[in-house]
Design a protein around this ligand. Structure first.
Ligand code: HEC
Length: 140
């Protein structure tokens, strides 16, 4: 009986689709590699310390964009939002994965420059979303 209830609970958790509990260390490590070494997300989303180095106590906590294009552009956003933590932007995990693989936000718009339009494949989008959710958001 105990074994039966455990199976029912597991199934319920899986159906609820809250992937957080299922994120493997390997998936999070892959997401971290993609964020830190491929997507360079910290360049824009992590604030800098006094010597211009990324402030690792506030990783992906949102930051001012401290560079500008050398030619006139119509739109240029002056800050990058916080993308750390399981509730980043108020988006569900599915919404984050969809954004990372299509470049389209849940409200159906594209990001403004200088946010690059990401087109990750499903596995990579899930890994990046898992890593982002695992990053602790510092208190403001
Ligand atoms: C060159 C700077 C830059 C880089 C690199 C960058 N971002 Fe952004 N990001 C931004 C800016 C600026 C915005 C705000 C865009 C807006 O308001 O439309 C943003 C917005 C976002 C958003 C919210 C979507 C939106 O448009 O509101 C997410 C999620 C995000 N970035 C994730 C990432 C991830 C993950 C990476 C790395 C794979 C990354 N970003 C790399 C600058 C950057």
């Amino acid at each position: 009986m105990a074994r039966f209830s455990a199976a029912v609970v597991m199934a319920a958790v899986m159906i609820a689709g809250q992937a957080a509990a299922a994120d493997s260390p390997e998936q999070i490590a892959r997401g971290r590699y993609l964020v830190e070494n491929v997507g360079m997300c910290n360049d824009c989303h992590t604030p800098r310390g006094s010597r211009g180095e990324p402030d690792r106590t506030r990783s992906l906590a949102g930051a001012p964009i401290d560079f500008r294009p050398t030619v006139p552009v119509r739109v240029w956003v002056s800050s990058a939002p916080a993308i750390a933590g399981p509730k980043a932007l108020g988006w569900s995990r599915e919404q984050m994965v969809a954004f990372l693989s299509t470049g389209t936000t849940p409200d159906g718009r594209g990001s403004l420059p200088p946010m690059p339009m990401l087109r990750l494949n499903q596995d990579d989008a899930e890994a990046v979303a898992a890593y982002l959710a695992s990053v602790p958001l510092p208190p403001r």
